[in-house]
Structures are given as C-alpha cells and as structure tokens.
Design a protein around this ligand. Structure first.
Ligand code: TXA
Ligand code: MG
Length: 347
C-alpha cells in the first residue's frame, strides 16, 4: 500500500476546507485508516462505527484485540449518539479540560460503535483533542474516529509524522503531517462510571488538576502495585520499549556513571537518558538530554523521540535517570517504567 503524506500548516484558518484534510477525510469515510496529529501523540484514525475500519487499525499496529480504542470527537454533542449517560462529574471535567488531553470512560449505548473498537466492553473511552488539524479532520469527516497511538504495538508512541512512517509506512493510507505534537505523553484516562472516578492511566492532565475540579479521585491500584490487574486493558502490556534494554537508575549521577563504566568494560555501547541540566556530567557512547528537569513538561514532550533516538544509534543498553512521581512526572515515570519492563537499579 502506498502511504500518502499530507503536509498541513496547523496555523492556517478554515482547516476543515483544506484540500489535504478533505482528502484524508475522504479516506476515513471510505473506511480506510489515516494517521493524524493530536496535542499528545499522533493517532491512527478510522471510522469507529465500522468493523472494517477498526480491523484495519488493529492489523496495522499489530495490536491485541482485547485492547479497546479511544473514540475521538469534535463536539460534545456527538456523545449522545453512543454514550448512555453523562455523570455530573464527567460534565465538569469536560467543561474544564476539553478540548484537551483527558479521556473519559462512559457507559456505552450498544449497537452504534463497532464492538471491535470497544473490545466488546459495556464502556467507551472518549476524548475531544486540542489540535487544529485533528479537529478539522473530525469536522470534515463527520464521524466518531477511533484512534490509538499511531505506533507499532509495543513501540514508543509517535510524536511526529516521521515516527509514524518509521512504524507504519506501507501499512496505512496516509498521514496528516501537522508537525511535532506538544504534550508528548498520551491523554490521562479517567473512569467516570464510578461515583469516585478512577484514573486508569496518568497523562497530560494531572491528578492534582483533576482533583481541583471534582474533588477526590482514585488511582487504579495497578498503577501503584505491579501485581494487580489493570482496569484499562492496554496498561497490562509492555510498551514504549526502545530496542536495547532500558534500566531506571535510582541513585546519584556518580552511581549511574559507575554502572556505565562497568558495562563499557564488558565491551557494550551504553546510552544514557538524562536532562539538559545533567548532560555534561556523564560520559558514554550516547548521552541524550530529554528536556529540562526543572520543567517536567519539556521532559514529557521529548520522551518518546528520545527513546526512539537510542534505536538509531544502536546502543546495547540504556540507563535512565528517574523523575519525581508528581504532576506530569507521574505520566513520565509510568511510561519509563513500562519501557524498562520495571527494571530499576537502586543505589
Ligand atoms: O493521547 C491519547 O490518548 C492518544 C491520542 C492518539 O489520542 N491515544 C492513545 O490511545 O493513547 P491508545 O489506544 O494508545 O491508548 C488507549 C488506552 C489503552 O490503555 C486502553 O486500554 C484504554 O485507553 N481504554 C480504551 N477504552 C477503554 C475502556 N472502555 N475501559 C478502560 N480502558 C480503556
Ligand atoms: Mg498507545
């Protein structure tokens, strides 16, 4: 399959009439799949009401079929078509955070969306993205769009169109290239079907920000304890992994450098994931600064690009610094722990 690349300037007006966007929307209406930029990561979109389109998404990504997709909409009104009820707390969250990186789980009306998209569950995950190209595409096609991150299953999510092509070139109809995404980690997923909502995946909107709007929320126990079964099917899979094994180092810079030297003595090419502040303090084959530790948002923005960059340089092993587990640091640590398959070395 020939994968088209539609380059779109996200700053121009009336994007829904842009010929590139209209062409991509046409493919979606034909039940083909196309990748699109969102404010978090690139998504692989397909008509959420079509089994055929949804099957193509799972096929292109190599995604396990028990892992449901997030449904993207351009307008809150679209919810009534496939959502059974909108709880009051969900209403408040939508008012505050939509458009934006928050995915809300609702009870689902049966018979509208493809059962494959929701993996046959009684619930559905929905989000209204904050990206002009995504919104224009959703408006142009007038469909609810199922869109997981546009990476091969298990790889880091794509934060630019080049990452999408690295994984999916030849497997999808096209990619709308709207430049690099901003937030860098995926949306926060919150289950609002319970009276006390539960965060299933930490992401672009923090627990602290959510609690400021609706009061107490819970964290899915699986986020705190490896042994529990996550409520969000996708969270049980290994994810975001670079090709070389990654280890998180809970200790000083000197300790991390000692670990590097030990591996170098064994003849390995070692990579280090650090931040701008600490970069000059290390010595290794590849030392990559992933944003600035003093502004954790910049670490989130650069995280997946940095993880992918280690693959280009063919290192044998990667050591990463750790980050505080608060604010957006919660999402960063969640993704790093998955990328590392939970391998942590304590000083
Ligand atoms: O930022 C994002 O959310 C990106 C962009 C493209 O919108 N999308 C994304 O989708 O991260 P994906 O498929 O990579 O992750 C969706 C997560 C998975 O962990 C999945 O298990 C969970 O949402 N999920 C979807 N529907 C669910 C449901 N009904 N109940 C519980 N978890 C659900
Ligand atoms: Mg994903």
């Amino acid at each position: 399959m020939d994968t088209k690349v539609w380059i779109v300037d996200k700053y121009v007006d009336k994007l829904e009439n842009n010929p590139q966007v209209v062409d991509a929307a046409h493919f979606l209406r034909e039940n083909e799949v196309v990748a699109l930029p969102t404010e978090t990561v690139y998504g692989l979109g397909g008509n959420a009401e079509s089994d055929e389109a949804v099957a193509k998404i799972f096929m292109a990504k190599g995604r396990p079929s028990d892992n449901p997709l997030i449904i993207h909409i351009a307008d809150k009104q679209q919810l009534t078509r496939f959502v059974k009820e909108v709880p009051e707390k969900a209403e408040r969250l939508m008012d505050k955070f939509w458009p934006g990186p928050l995915t809300i789980i609702f009870k689902k009306k049966h018979g509208i969306l493809s059962e494959k998209a929701t993996a046959g569950l009684d619930t559905v995950a929905v989000r209204l993205p904050d990206h002009p190209v995504a919104l224009a595409l959703l408006q142009a096609c007038q469909l609810p769009i199922a869109a997981p991150s546009a990476n091969s299953s298990g790889k880091p999510s794509p934060t630019n169109a080049g990452h999408v092509l690295d994984d999916l070139n030849g497997k999808i109809s096209g990619v709308l290239d709207g430049g690099p995404t901003g937030v860098g980690v995926e949306s926060t997923v919150i289950d609002c079907t319970e009276s006390i909502p539960v965060i299933l995946r930490p992401g672009g909107v923090t627990k602290e920000q959510i609690e400021a709007v609706i009061g107490e929320v819970q964290l899915d126990p699986a986020l705190l304890d490896e042994a529990s079964k996550p409520k969000s099917p996708g969270m049980k899979y290994k994810h975001y992994a670079p090709d070389a094994p990654l280890y998180l180092v809970n200790g000083s810079k000197v300790f991390l450098q000692e670990l590097v030297e030990e591996k170098q003595r064994d003849g390995l090419r070692v990579g280090i994931l650090t931040t701008k502040e600490n970069r000059s303090e290390y010595n290794a084959a590849l030392v990559l600064a992933c944003g600035k530790r003093s502004e954790l948002e910049t670490v989130a923005t650069a995280l997946y690009d940095t993880l992918r960059a280690f693959n280009q340089e063919k290192v044998d092993i990667i050591f990463s610094e750790m980050f505080p587990n608060t604010g957006v640091g919660h999402a960063i640590m969640n993704r790093l722990q998955k990328a590392a398959g939970n391998r942590i070395i304590n000083e």
